[in-house]
Structures are given as C-alpha cells and as structure tokens.
Design a protein around this ligand. Structure first.
Ligand SMILES: [Zn+2]
Ligand SMILES: [Zn+2]
Length: 346
C-alpha cells in the first residue's frame, strides 16, 4: 500500500510499504479520509512523543472495513463504514477504573504508538478495538464529515465538563477549526450568544456567523467583551489557542463565578502562564483544564454532525492526496485554509 511516512522532523516521504497483516481479533480498514490535525503539524516540526520515528501519522480517520479476523467479526463486518479516533487506554489503571479513560496513566495513540491514517489502509489490532474508539458511522454521513468527529469530540467533552448551557454568553479565543467547532457546539447547547476573538483567520470564522467577532490585532478583547456584556463579562471563556496571553485574558473577561476553560495547551518548552489570582479569588472564578474525551463522546460527535449542529462540510477547505500533506501543512500554517483533508486514494 501507499503511505505517507514521517521519517524524521520536517520530513514526510510517500512510499510503498507492506500491506498490514491481520492479527487475532483485528480488522483492516480502507482509509477514505483523514483530517490533518494541529498536533500532526506540531509533530511534523518537533517530532512524535518519545522520539518515535518512521511512523504513519494521521488520527482523524474514516473508512471501510475490508478485512476482519474471525474474532473481530462479532463487532465489525466487512463493508462497515467506521470513524476512528486515536486515544487508546489501558483499562486497568486507577484512572481507567474510575472511568476517566482520557486520563489513562499509559495513554497511547493511533498515529504515534500504532500506524495512523495517512495511508491507504490502517490495521486496528484487538487492543485498539477493545480500549480505543472505533465506531460505526451513522447512515447518511459521508467519510469527509465523519473525519471531523475526532476534533469535535474533544470540543463536546470540554463544554460538557464546563457545564455550558442554555442562555450562556460564551467567549471563544481562537479562530482556527477548533474555535469554529466551539462556536457551533456552544450554539447547539443553547448558548445565547457566542463571541469569538481571532487574529489572522477572521474571515474564516465569519463563515460560522459568530454573534460578535473581536480582532485581537486591533482591539482589546477584555474591553470589548465588557462592552458587549454591559460590564459583567462572559459566563464561560474558552481559550482554544496555544497562546498564554489568551488564557490570562479569559480570566479577566468572565463574570463573577464564571468558568475559564484551558482547552489549548501551551508549547512544551514554554508552558508557564500568569493568571490574575486576585480576579480568580475575589470573583470566585473556576479555571478548568480539558483534555481529550471518552469513547461515548466520539459516538456523540458523529450524531451531532449527522444532525447538522456541526456543519462538517464547512471545515475542510482543502483536500489533498498523500503526496500533498506537506503542502497542506504549509497552507494550514499560513492561515490560507481552515482544515485540510487527506484522501489516500486520490
Ligand atoms: Zn486531532
Ligand atoms: Zn489506564
């Protein structure tokens, strides 16, 4: 099969690799579509976790089951259309036993610990089927739309964790695909208004019709939010950028007893941030982290996309074959495209 192999930092080579063989309880999926994630771009430049090399990246996957070992056939039949998300938990650590599988002590991922979706086929061993996230796609959903279920899952999980609900004024920092997902998911949960703070991709966010759009390059986000909310601040502020400043602004822009969600991580080599502790203290603000999601959230994301709360078709503004992944990375980095979809059979 043809695969895009991440050989080393800043080097992806498209080449023929041996077709994966079935093992006990495993399936083989023909990859129809695989989204390019911000973390793929980070890994391309900085390397995979624990120095893994010669790996096939890609973890926002949709495709068709083409082979299944006898033991796997009970769950999946040849011809099943499936969506695949990357996280695989161990099932036995303290966190898994509490049901917090996203916080698993030995959390592993497709595209890092197992070959991912930037290839014509992906092999899913029994361990991945048992403790990972492979779900049948709802009827009527296209492969392209299903590929958005992975990033949508983490957005759904974080808003649930934040208790975002009907009537809320929601502030989203970030004008990338994740910011747009937060906007749509907040609407779906009944938010009264969504304010988005962006920087260089404002035109792309406009396509999702935020109630208010703040340009961080020329406006002070905190002052603008106070104007919009009559001086009280947003109910919930979500920082969906890799930038420490937006985390600090989120704390200043929520109302008393508001909630701040640190959704986007900061760069590994510079993770420190300064938040106004007195604002948190006197205003009784809750600051929460949010990372990944359980399998139930991936199933929910597929349903939410199917129901149209998330308009998946609007996200993939560039489609490339395996040979076009590096071009896709450059386009995503330059802000010329919202999200890139890789189609290994193009
Ligand atoms: Zn992703
Ligand atoms: Zn575990």
């Amino acid at each position: 099969m043809k695969a895009a192999v991440f050989e080393d930092v800043d080097r992806i080579v498209v080449k023929q690799v041996p077709d994966p063989d079935l093992t006990a309880g495993s399936i083989l999926v023909k990859v129809e579509a695989c989204g390019l994630c911000g973390s793929d771009i980070r890994n391309f430049h900085f390397g995979l976790r624990s120095g893994v090399k010669n790996q096939i990246m890609g973890h926002e996957i949709a495709g068709t089951v083409v082979k299944a070992d006898d033991q796997a056939v009970r769950r999946f039949a040849i011809g099943d259309r499936v969506a695949i998300a990357p996280d695989v938990s161990c099932g036995v650590c303290d966190y898994c036993r509490r049901g917090w599988v996203n916080l698993c002590a030995v959390h592993r991922m497709i595209g890092t610990h197992w070959p991912g979706g930037f290839a014509q086929f992906i092999h899913l061993p029994a361990e991945v089927l048992g403790h990972g996230m492979v779900h049948r796609m709802p009827e009527g959903l296209s492969f392209d739309e299903a590929a958005l279920s992975e990033p949508a899952s983490s957005v759904l999980a974080s808003q649930e964790r934040a208790g975002l609900g009907r009537g809320d004024t929601v502030l989203v920092f970030g004008d990338g695909p994740i910011g747009c997902l937060h906007l749509e998911v907040a609407r779906g949960r009944g938010a009264a208004r969504v304010i988005v703070v962006g920087l260089d991709r404002l035109a792309q966010v406009k396509a999702f019709s935020p109630d208010f759009l703040i340009d961080a390059a020329s406006q002070d986000p905190v002052a603008e939010v106070m104007k919009i909310t009559g001086g009280s601040g947003a109910d919930i502020a979500i920082s969906a950028t890799p930038v420490a400043r937006t985390q600090a602004q989120a704390v200043e822009a929520v109302r008393k007893r508001g909630t701040v969600v640190l959704f986007g991580g900061l760069p590994k080599n510079d993770p420190m941030t300064a938040l106004n502790a007195n604002v948190i203290h006197y205003n009784e603000i809750t600051v929460i982290g949010s990372f990944s999601y359980p399998a139930s959230m991936h199933e929910k994301a597929l349903r939410v996309i199917r129901e149209g709360q998330i308009d998946a078709k609007k996200y993939f503004t560039m489609t490339v074959p395996l040979e076009g992944i590096v071009d896709g990375i450059r386009a995503a980095e330059s802000g010329n495209t919202l999200k890139v979809l890789v189609k290994p059979w193009l």
